[in-house]
Design a protein around this ligand. Structure first.
Ligand SMILES: Nc1ncnc2c1ncn2[C@@H]1O[C@H](COP(=O)(O)OP(=O)(O)OP(=O)(O)O)[C@@H](O)[C@H]1O
Ligand SMILES: O=P(O)(O)OC[C@H]1O[C@H](OP(=O)(O)OP(=O)(O)O)[C@H](O)[C@@H]1O
Ligand SMILES: [Mg+2]
Length: 290
């Protein structure tokens, strides 16, 4: 097997990582509770591992690549590096405490800080010259203060709901911003075949991410406002302009960001464009290879 890839077997990363691989044409379905799935057609084996262990396997070179979180990679201190941002599991890593108790990082000096990311926290505090008593927990860290084992916590924050419901407020700058990433080892040597296979995987994943980000926009445009229309829909390289039977009009096709499509349609309509269509992408290769 040319490529062995570590995929999170549970938690916030798992379902989205598998969905991404399936959308990229890989057979990454787990039947029952399989921990290893081989996709012979693509010459890949997926190993379903605990999210916290993935950087260790990839860093050591025992698996070629893996999907993990930037915060987990940093916390592992494994010799591995991100090769592609995957855009999901976006979060911040923050300190928090009950309001009015600890409100800045220097005030943590000598206090008890609970976390399940001890390496990440220790490094950040060392960089700020602050020494604490670290309380290592596995999860549900927000309860640690009320239960009396810590004075502050450092944990993943997405919506902030877990902090709010535990009566905690974040303080200090975020320790880091994280998202899901594809990683490879910085230490091992990859064979030429493996390097080519990693490139192919990366291009496929990037294609899926771009397909989710962009849509095709088609519209009919009076020639008199074509410059303004093209400025609204510049596309990635340049819009495609085709003649129409009515010589006063042209047909324009361009890629637009999905999250901007409604605004762009409003503005095109306002300058006189007609028959504006937005079509989702099933797949694409539009950004350059890494
Ligand atoms: N609520 C969340 N929203 C977005 N990303 C999250 C959230 N919780 C965790 N993550 C991210 O998911 C990755 C895995 O985090 P973690 O190890 O805490 O696993 P988990 O998804 O919480 O599963 P578990 O704690 O049950 O093992 C990390 O990169 C983290 O930043
Ligand atoms: O800001 P929020 O949207 O509330 O999300 C953040 C919470 O999500 C994660 O917890 P998870 O559910 O994975 O439980 P865990 O603490 O056991 O990891 C994380 O550890 C936070 O507790
Ligand atoms: Mg968690």
């Amino acid at each position: 097997m040319t490529l062995r890839i570590a995929v999170p077997n549970k938690g916030s990363l798992s379902a989205k990582a598998i969905e991404l691989l399936l959308d990229a044409g890989y057979r990454a379905h787990r039947r029952n509770r399989e921990l290893r799935v081989t996709d012979s057609a693509n010459d890949i084996t997926f190993f379903f591992q605990r999210p916290k262990d993935i950087a260790t396997y990839v860093g050591s070179g025992d698996l070629e690549v893996g999907i993990t979180g930037l915060d987990l990679l940093t916390n592992s201190a494994a010799p591995a590096r991100p090769i592609l941002d995957l855009g999901f599991a976006r979060s911040e890593f923050r300190f928090a405490a009950p309001p009015g108790t600890i409100t800045s990082v220097p005030e943590l000096q000598g206090r008890r800080v609970a976390t399940s990311f001890p390496v990440l926290v220790e490094k950040h505090l060392a960089d700020h010259g602050v020494r604490v008593e670290l309380i290592r927990l596995d999860g549900a860290v927000e309860n640690a203060i009320e239960l009396g084992v810590a004075d502050a916590i450092a944990d993943v924050v997405e919506t902030g709901e877990s902090l709010r419901s535990a009566g905690l407020v974040p303080f200090g700058e975020p320790v880091m911003r994280s998202q899901a990433i594809l990683i490879q080892s910085t230490r091992r040597a990859y064979t030429d075949d493996q390097a080519v296979a990693i490139q192919a995987l990366t291009r496929r994943l990037r294609g899926v991410l771009d397909s989710r980000l962009y849509a095709v926009m088609d519209y009919n445009c009076p020639k008199a406002v074509l410059d303004r229309a093209c400025a609204l829909t510049p596309g990635i390289e340049s819009p495609t302009i085709s003649p129409m039977a009515d010589r006063g009009w042209v047909a324009v096709r361009s890629l637009v960001r999905r999250d901007e499509a409604q605004r762009v349609m409003d503005e095109l309509e306002a300058i006189g464009a007609k028959a504006i269509l937005v079509t989702a992408l099933e797949g694409c290769r539009i950004t350059p290879a890494p």
